[in-house]
Design a protein around this ligand. Structure first.
Ligand code: KIV
Length: 269
C-alpha cells in the first residue's frame, strides 16, 4: 500500500522496502523541472553526474566538476519540498582519497543543502564511504555499469553477465550495506542478479536497466521525457516525445515571427 509521506527520508525509503512499496527516483538538474518532478510525487531526486552529458553536452560523465554539481544541486534543493535529494560525487572528487571524499561530500551538503551523496564502486572506494558516513552524511552506493569507469570497461554494455563479476558485485553490495549505505543503485545488470541482490540485502536496491525484481527504479529525466533522442537503450521507457514537441513548437514560433503573425494585437501594449 502507498502511504502519503510528507517528506522522504532515508528511514522512509527503508520503510518502503520493508512494506514492499516500490521507490520512484528520477534525475533533475535545475529548479524548474525539479519542481514539476517533486510536485508529481517522486520519492528521490538524483542530481546525477549525467548532467555532464545532458546539461553540458559532454560525451562522458568524467568532465563535470564538484562546483558544477553543487550549482545543479542547490537549484534542485530549492525546488524539492517532498523528495529526498541525492547528489553524485563527480569523478575525481573521491576516488583513492577518503579525506578528499569527505571534504567533497561536506561541500555538497553545506553549499547545496542536499540530503545525501552517491558514489560509484565497491571495495575500491569503501574507505571513502566509511569516512563520509562518520560525518553523518547518508551515502547511496552505485554498482554494475558505473559510467565514471567507462574507459576501464570500454563499452556501455550490460555488466556482470559472467559469474566472477556477478559474485564480486554481490560481495560489493554486501560491503556497502555493512559500511552503512542507505541504498544502492544497480545499473545495467541481468534482472536475475539484481533480484538476488535485492532479496539478500536489507537496504533498498534501486535499478536502472536491472529488471523489476528490485525495490525501486531510476531513469534520467530527459531520457524518459523523450528530450534526448539519440540514446535508445532497451531499458528506457519514454513517457513523452518532447524532442519532437519542442522541435515543432520552435518551428512554429520561427514561422510566426517571420510571417509577422507573432505578436498580434492582443499580445502587445
Ligand atoms: O548520473 C546519473 O544519472 C545516474 C543514474 C543513471 C543512476 O547515476
Amino acid at each position: 500500500m502507498t502511504k502519503d509521506y510528507k517528506r522522504i527520508t532515508t528511514n522512509v525509503l527503508q520503510e518502503m522496502k520493508d512494506n514492499k512499496e516500490k521507490i520512484s527516483m528520477l534525475t533533475s538538474y535545475d529548479f524548474t523541472l525539479a519542481k514539476i518532478v517533486d510536485n508529481a510525487g517522486i520519492d528521490v531526486i538524483l542530481v546525477g553526474d549525467s548532467a555532464s552529458n545532458v546539461m553540458a553536452g559532454h560525451e562522458t560523465t568524467l568532465p563535470i566538476t564538484l562546483d558544477h554539481m553543487i550549482y545543479h544541486a542547490s537549484s534542485v534543493v530549492k525546488a524539492a519540498s517532498r523528495a529526498l535529494v541525492v547528489v553524485d560525487l563527480p569523478f575525481g572528487s573521491y576516488q583513492g582519497d577518503s579525506k578528499k571524499a569527505l571534504r567533497s561530500s561536506i561541500r555538497i551538503m553545506k553549499e547545496s543543502g542536499a540530503h545525501a551523496v552517491k558514489l560509484e564502486g565497491g571495495d575500491e572506494i569503501i574507505d571513502s564511504v566509511q569516512r563520509i558516513l562518520t560525518a553523518g552524511i547518508p551515502v547511496m552506493g552505485h554498482l554494475g555499469l558505473t559510467p565514471q569507469s567507462i574507459y576501464k570497461f570500454g563499452t556501455y554494455t550490460v555488466r556482470a553477465k559472467q559469474d566472477a563479476e556477478a559474485e564480486k558485485l554481490i560481495e560489493d553490495a554486501k560491503l556497502l550495506q555493512e559500511a552503512g549505505c542507505f541504498a544502492i543503485v544497480l545499473e545495467k545488470i541481468p534482472a536475475d542478479l539484481a533480484k538476488k541482490v535485492s532479496n539478500e540485502l536489507e537496504i533498498p536496491i534501486i535499478g536502472i536497466g536491472a529488471g523489476n525484481g528490485v525495490d525501486g527504479q531510476v531513469l534520467v529525466l530527459h531520457d524518459m521525457l523523450g528530450m534526448t533522442h539519440e540514446f535508445n537503450p532497451r531499458f528506457l521507457r519514454r513517457y513523452l516525445n518532447l524532442y519532437e514537441d519542442i522541435n515543432q513548437a520552435v518551428k512554429k514560433y520561427v514561422d510566426d515571427v517571420k510571417n509577422q503573425d507573432f505578436p498580434n494585437e492582443n499580445e502587445e501594449y
